[in-house]
Design a protein around this ligand. Sequence first.
Ligand code: PGA
Ligand code: ZN
Length: 394
Amino acid sequence: MRIDRLEAVMITDSRGKPTLETTISANALSATASVPSGKSTGIHEAVELRGPDGNVAEAIANVNGEIARAIVGKRFSLDELDAALIKLDGTPNKSRLGANAILSVSIAAQRLLAMLEDIPLWKAIEKRAGTTAGAPRLFMNVMNGGVHADFKLPFQEYLVVVDGTTREAFATAKEAFEKLGERLDGVPMGDEGGYAPAFDQLEEPFEILAELVAQFPHTSIAIDAAASEFYRDGQYHILDASYSADDLARIYSGLVEKFPFHSIEDPFDEESAGDFTRFTASVGEKILVIGDDFTVTNPDRILKAREERAINAVLIKPNQIGTVKEAIEAVRATSAAGWKSVASHRSGETNDTFIADFAYGVGAHGIKAGGLGQKERMEKYYRLLAIEREAEHK
Ligand code: PGA
Ligand code: ZN
């Protein structure tokens, strides 16, 4: 496609923080994309360009200035465009132009090409990635903890995992979310639109979740420990006590024995590969051990994790790496290892639903799109439902 116009503006995300929304045009058609923002970010993530007060003025100026000058008026395939953006930035972690600036262009271009080809976005992603599209399991974050809720709960996310068609899975997830709401009546919402209760017993949220999922078919539970957030001085700090990695592994193993677990994400600090490897060797037959901050959607880090047999599933967040091309490569590296991929939103979200099309298009094992208490999260579920209808009518 020959790009005619490119323009970024500032919008605010679900936390009220600024982010970019970029519009790209070709052949009298326009597509818009906005980018999310993480809070428990991995240290090896591509760099989100922000000013000292969190503003994105420089990232916006980079899209409207340098990036526009480099691509407007020229013809690109999507892979050529993403490669040109990576080259133009010139740093290993997109710190010069900003991964947020680059990704907004990359997603908008992917969306525009689907429009030009008159096919659904998920179909265009499936074609580009060479994958088999299909409905992802819903990994719904129903109780928010960690940095997403002032550590009222020690782990960052307590999720209900639901298998099945999106229509069935969403109906189940919605009913489960509402049932949990009756039980947790009056508790506030956390960053990802789930309930943010406070319990001082480690097992209490799991007892509640186990009781909840026992009432629904095809459901199990999961956590994102986001352990780097409570790791200091070689110890893991949970509920006023501190634990070694081995102690923590024993805690997780005890939970996995007792409760119907599907997966544990980031069980250890992002730099503790050996602990991941030992843990995956002990529980990897039973549950998924998912890398997020550990792998940061980076194909090289996924390859390294494969050599170390450190995990058996990978979280895929396009904004951790900065282009759709590399996010697809991360999915391919994950599949090549024989592992499962779980596509994910960020804790600071916009109404953009790209991640739903991405998850469906690459046939991801699952999607994390948050709780039902926030409109930015609901948009993703509505899009997944629409995708399923589109796919049925083909
Ligand atoms: P983040 O959290 O978007 O704040 O990084 C999500 C996650 O850790 O999975
Ligand atoms: Zn995570």
